[in-house]
Design a protein around this ligand. Structure first.
Ligand SMILES: NC(=O)c1ccc[n+]([C@@H]2O[C@H](COP(=O)([O-])OP(=O)(O)OC[C@H]3O[C@@H](n4cnc5c(N)ncnc54)[C@H](OP(=O)(O)O)[C@@H]3O)[C@@H](O)[C@H]2O)c1
Length: 342
């Protein structure tokens, strides 16, 4: 039988200020034979994440040739085709770290443990609202921010993969939700479909002035997907016992110079405040708790899923570039070739 061929994107050029297709090289090679403890998956949906740009950055401190020639990693929803691993069987649907390629041979490290999607939901949700994005939104709001009805939450990246879920969830749970987003299309979606209270377009408006107008008494929670100057603006408006949740640094991953830290951390002292980072993947073993809340909301249509879908592995670099340009509204996905359209 002829060997199964694998189409893949390898890293061809380290990050030098922009991500384009030229950072990657398209290759085709036979899928290797499985060794004991390994299994073969077909990647069906790719999650596009801002942290992927870090794969392209060379580290001065890391030994070796750097990332050039390495496969480009990504999170996926995939199907097991063949297995020599006792924990995985053909037909299993898995969620974890794979590569930009049709097939991946893996030993299962970096996987979302015991991932299982209910039968009645689309597979792609496993790469978004029921994958890491939804877990981050759910546990970020409940465990880290400890948001309560009646409080005011300010969310940067409010219309992105994480933000689009978090904004709606917070609103559904009775918080007053102010989103920060970077385009009129994002503002329209957040105010219309998502139904949150207000949006500040940080490219077109003065965030500080708008906050003073919208929340003269300050904010209880700042959920930071951005880092950068917005953190300082939010800190200055934190109310007593306010919380800052450090979720991500979207403004920094593709930056050529890092932004200095906030100069007003004293605000945290003055308001008895708390600033806390968290890793969503640490909550994956508890995903059933999140599903108990998210699934009824999704099935009833009260929580809306906003996605942008690029079609085919060839489009993966362009999908990442779109995300890094802030053009995605909702979760950016890649539907692999041969996968049925939603
Ligand atoms: N803590 C965790 O475990 C965890 C897990 C997953 C994701 N995250 C973090 O959560 C955040 C959101 O992730 P996501 O997957 O939902 O991504 P996303 O928000 O869908 O996409 C990235 C967004 O970042 C915003 N952005 C901010 N500054 C930017 C800049 N200088 N250049 C380009 N874009 C910029 C853009 O939206 P706007 O311009 O509209 O803001 C862009 O659409 C990220 O920071 C990510 O690293 C954290």
């Amino acid at each position: 039988m002829p060997a199964r061929m694998n189409r893949r994107w390898l890293i061809a050029k380290v990050f030098d200020g922009a991500v384009t297709e030229a950072n990657f090289q398209w290759t085709e090679s036979p899928v290797p034979e499985l060794a004991d403890g390994q299994f073969l998956v077909r990647n069906r949906w790719l999650s596009v994440d801002p942290t992927q740009v870090l794969a392209l950055r060379s580290s001065d401190s890391a030994p070796g040739p750097g990332p050039v020639g390495e496969p480009m990693w990504c999170l996926t929803v995939s199907e097991v085709l063949e297995s020599r691993h006792p924990g995985f069987s053909p037909g299993n649907i898995v969620h974890g770290q794979m590569n930009w390629e049709d097939y991946t041979v893996t030993d299962g490290s970096g996987f979302n443990p015991a991932f299982r999607l209910p039968d009645d939901v689309p597979l792609r949700w496993g790469a978004g609202v029921l994958g890491l994005s939804g877990i981050v939104a759910y546990f970020g709001l409940h465990e880290v921010a400890q948001g309560r009805a009646g409080e005011t939450i300010l969310i940067s990246g409010a219309a992105g993969g994480v933000g689009s879920i978090l904004s709606q969830l917070a609103k559904l749970e009775g918080l007053r939700v102010i989103g920060i987003a970077g385009s009129p299309a994002k503002t329209a979606w957040l105010l219309g479909e998502a139904g949150i209270d207000a949006v500040i377009d940080y490219h077109r408006e003065d965030v500080g002035e708008r906050l003073t107008e919208l929340c003269p008494e300050g904010i209880d929670i700042y959920f930071d997907n951005h880092h950068g100057p917005l953190l300082e603006v939010a800190l200055a408006r934190l109310r007593n016992r306010g919380r800052v949740v450090l979720c991500g640094l979207s403004s920094q991953y593709a930056a050529t110079r890092s932004t200095p830290g906030p100069s007003n951390l004293i605000q945290l002292i003055m308001v008895n405040g708390r600033m806390e980072g968290f890793l969503g993947r640490d909550f994956l073993p508890r995903r059933a708790e999140a599903y108990n809340v998210l699934l009824p909301l999704l099935r009833s249509g009260r929580l809306k899923v906003k996605e942008e879908v690029a079609v085919g592995l060839r489009e993966a670099p362009r999908a990442l570039a779109r995300l890094l340009a802030g053009e995605n509204v909702g979760k950016q996905l890649v539907r692999m070739d041969g996968e049925p359209a939603p």
